[in-house]
Design a protein around this ligand. Structure first.
Ligand code: ZN
Length: 543
């Protein structure tokens, strides 16, 4: 047999290996999608008495999924295809799929079963304790649980530190893990590294801290009626128009109309009610978003839905033919969050958006809005005030909450900050960064569920999302020749088409940073975000 025939046979065999690999991951993805549907149902329609059986169903599926996705055959198949011609072209879909599957497989198989189980037990218990510790603002009762979790997360990081080196395909570039934070961060934002984030976030902090102070001072002056253009006669604070009465059935109709208008396809998705809103992609053609309504809070449901719609549009824009493979999956938490923030903030809080929608809102909510002008409403939805609680924070100060958590969680992991000192360190950072101090730990370091769930390295993806969003929006605006005119006419298809083309359809083909750089022709930079705030608040308050 000639060597040519040999190598041809070899290539066919490698192609078979690749197909076998895809078939295994497709089955794992179908299992995961069954869990997603059960999880969605648990939080929307399941009767309370179904909880025990539901947890049995989910546990069984989780076990089957783990078995599938850690099947040693995956390792053999990856070894076989990694040095083959199938992935010779690094930009090919095959190469991207193999690269991502190797990353995931190494992560999953590097962690000893004892550690995985210890983490599951510790975080499950810690989350229960966290609920009662937060309710009674009692950090002391939560402290030993957090100490255990941090010890286990350090162990997890050290198991993963060399995971990337297992790959035979050294030609697939991955930067090494250097800091204990790197492997944890990489789980949520593939390719992101501690050192680069420190530099990026320092630049952001330098510009954002003084700007946030300047904007909140302008908002305060306006609220006092001293310097706002025109409506000093209002006795009600400008922001409070959003807490008038907004009948829930009308909120639902209005927000569904807006969701459909910006492009959420209700034939391929649903919007339902839950206690803690989320978006879940069950599979191609089935994307579920959720919200909650409060008759006295217009913003909660409205911007909550726009946020989830952003996540949902991303899921609806993934390539259905690639379902189950990395190419058909969202690239990272940060990029996912960029899509939700983009629709919620860059679109939904813009003057142009409300130029079209405010007259309709006045028809739907005549009682609440009959005496409110477009300018007043636009200012109200862009209200800024430094606050203690992250999830209630406005677009301007939100990232400051994240910068604080980013610094603290890194210090906790390295041991520079003992857990016992967390409350005082937290309070000092809030005073220094936002000028506010929690009166107890419930509104301080106990407010977020993340650390009790073992989610270290997760927080920075919120800020990355905001920065990606601003950079993508600025580029789309430039490419499409100004989006304001389209928004003011109620047209959003141009922007959605741009996002489909430049972000959604790629799945995990590129790393998050490469995706952003490719879409915007510039590396990630905090300045488009700062510029977007300067532009908006300059127009609102002349700063
Ligand atoms: Zn989100």
């Amino acid at each position: 047999m000639s060597s040519e025939v040999n190598s041809e046979n070899n290539s066919c065999l490698k192609a078979d290996f690749y197909q076998e690999l895809m078939a295994i991951v497709d089955e794992a993805a179908v299992l995961a999608s069954c869990s997603a549907l059960l999880g969605w149902d648990e939080q929307t329609f399941m009767p309370p008495e179904g909880a025990v059986h539901r947890s049995n169903q989910l546990a069984l599926l989780a076990g089957l999924h783990h078995e599938k996705s850690t099947n040693p055959r995956i390792g053999e198949l990856l070894d076989a295809v990694e040095d083959s011609r199938i992935i010779h072209d690094q930009a090919s879909p095959e190469a991207a799929n193999v690269r991502e599957l190797r990353r995931l497989y190494n992560r999953q198989t590097r962690l000893p079963r004892t550690l995985v189980e210890a983490l599951a037990r510790a975080t499950s218990l810690a989350q229960q304790v966290w609920v009662s510790s937060r309710a009674s603002a009692d950090f002391a009762s939560f402290r030993p649980h957090l100490e255990t979790i941090i010890r286990l997360k350090r162990e997890e990081a050290s198991c993963l530190m060399h995971a990337l080196e297992d790959s035979k395909s050294s030609h697939i570039p991955q930067s090494p893990f250097v800091s204990v934070y790197d492997p944890l961060l990489d789980d949520y934002e593939p390719g992101a590294r501690n050192a680069a984030l420190v530099t990026l976030f320092e630049g952001l902090r330098k510009d954002l801290v003084p700007l946030a102070a300047e904007i909140s001072e302008a908002v305060r002056r306006h609220a006092n009626g001293k310097s706002f253009r025109g409506h000093q006669d209002r006795t009600e604070s400008p922001h409070s128009v959003l807490t008038r009465e907004y009948p829930i059935d009308r909120q639902r109709v209005f927000v569904e109309m807006v969701a459909a208008a910006v492009g959420f396809d209700f034939r391929r998705g649903r919007l339902d009610v839950t206690a803690h809103p989320f978006c879940t992609g069950v599979g191609p053609g089935d994307i579920r978003i959720t919200t909650r309504y409060d008759v006295r809070q217009f913003s909660d449901a409205f911007f909550g839905v726009l946020h989830e719609v952003g996540h949902g549009l991303y899921e609806q824009g993934l390539d259905p033919d690639r379902f189950g493979t990395p190419l058909g999956d969202a690239v990272s938490l940060g990029v996912h969050e960029s899509q939700s923030r983009l629709w919620e903030n860059a679109v939904g809080r813009s003057k142009a958006f409300w130029t079209y929608w405010f007259p309709l809102a006045r028809q739907v909510f005549p009682q609440a809005l009959h005496d409110v002008t477009l300018d007043q409403f636009h200012a109200a939805v862009n209200h800024v005030v430094p606050s203690l609680i992250r999830v209630q924070a406005d677009e301007v100060t939100y990232n400051l909450h994240i910068l604080i958590r980013f610094e603290l969680e890194r210090a906790l992991l390295t041991g520079d900050l003992p857990v016992a000192d967390l409350p005082s360190a937290w309070n000092a950072k809030y005073r220094e960064t936002l000028g506010v101090v929690p009166s107890n730990d419930a509104e301080g370091c106990l407010q977020d569920i993340h650390w009790s769930a073992g989610l270290f390295g997760y927080f920075p993806t919120y800020t990355l999302g905001n920065l990606y969003a601003a950079q993508l929006f600025a580029r789309a605006d430039a490419d499409l020749g100004g989006l304001d005119l389209a928004f003011a006419r109620g047209e959003f298809a141009g922007l959605l088409g741009w996002l489909r083309e430049n972000v959604h359809r790629h799945g995990k083909r590129y790393s998050p940073s490469a995706l952003i750089e490719r879409a915007t022709a510039t590396p990630l930079d905090h300045r488009p975000f700062i510029e977007s705030l300067r532009r908006k608040y300059g127009e609102l308050y002349g700063i």
